[in-house]
Design a protein. Structure first.
Length: 241
């Protein structure tokens, strides 16, 4: 009987360890690329697809929101600029918001949260599918400071294959892509900031609160009872070249 209990305990521990492997914090390397000579959707896409790996945003934690679009991203930098490209396949697209810092998470939305210095303070970059940007800074959901809308307009560049004009929900089978350029100067709470050799905490998300199939996906697992992306304890790690 003792041996049987011991074997059962060992098997249980092994199961726990295997489960933990699926929820362990992810870590990726962010390469340096050359794309600053001509910033365009085509040139940045080419550089990213030549030099970077495609990462999936596919963690679905909450059973009550079971719809799972296909979402991936690529990421790179050139010291002063961060380059992102999102790839999305989904059944419903929505883009009602056109003003910076509006509630873009209610539209078809992709997001990038980053704690650049791993000090507990993070920036939440949120983009609806036409590139409208929401950006704030702070240590938690309840303590956010918005970055000035004019600064967002001046500094962050977005290109979407869906264009820039707002629209009501469309249903069908849609594939869209977005390229985003984020300069280090938009990190206004971090002086003399550079991406070079940086080690940061971050997560990538896909959501759509007001779409017909409400959904919440993440790159690194978020283990909360209800959808909550403002949880830096569940960020993964980015190692910048």
């Amino acid at each position: 009987m003792y041996k049987l209990k011991t074997i059962s305990f060992i098997l249980l521990i092994s199961f726990w360890n295997c489960s933990d492997m699926n929820t362990k914090n992810k870590e990726i390397d962010v390469p340096k690329i050359s794309a600053e000579d001509s910033l365009s959707f085509e040139n940045i896409s080419f550089a990213l697809e030549k030099k970077t790996s495609l990462n999936k945003i596919s963690w679905l934690e909450w059973d009550q929101f079971s719809y799972q679009p296909e979402v991936g991203y690529r990421i790179a930098h050139n010291d002063s600029l961060l380059f992102l490209k999102y790839y999305v396949k989904e059944e419903h697209i929505l883009a009602q918001r056109k003003d910076p810092n509006s509630a873009v998470h209610r539209d078809s939305c992709v997001e990038f949260f980053i704690d650049p210095l791993q000090d507990g303070n993070y920036y939440n970059f949120e983009f609806n599918c036409i590139g409208t940007t929401h950006l704030a800074y702070g240590p938690s959901r309840g303590k956010r400071t918005f970055i000035e809308p004019e600064l967002i307009k001046q500094k962050i560049i977005t290109w979407s294959t869906l264009g820039k004009k707002p629209f009501e929900e469309r249903s069908g089978n849609f594939e869209w892509e977005m390229v985003i350029v984020i300069p280090s100067s938009i990190f206004t709470y971090n002086e003399d900031f550079s991406f070079s050799k940086l080690v940061s905490n971050a997560n990538f998300y896909k959501c759509g609160d007001d779409t017909s199939k409400r959904h919440y996906l993440s790159w690194n697992p978020v283990k909360t009872p209800n959808p909550d992306f403002h949880r830096p304890e569940y960020f993964g790690t980015l190692n910048f070249e």
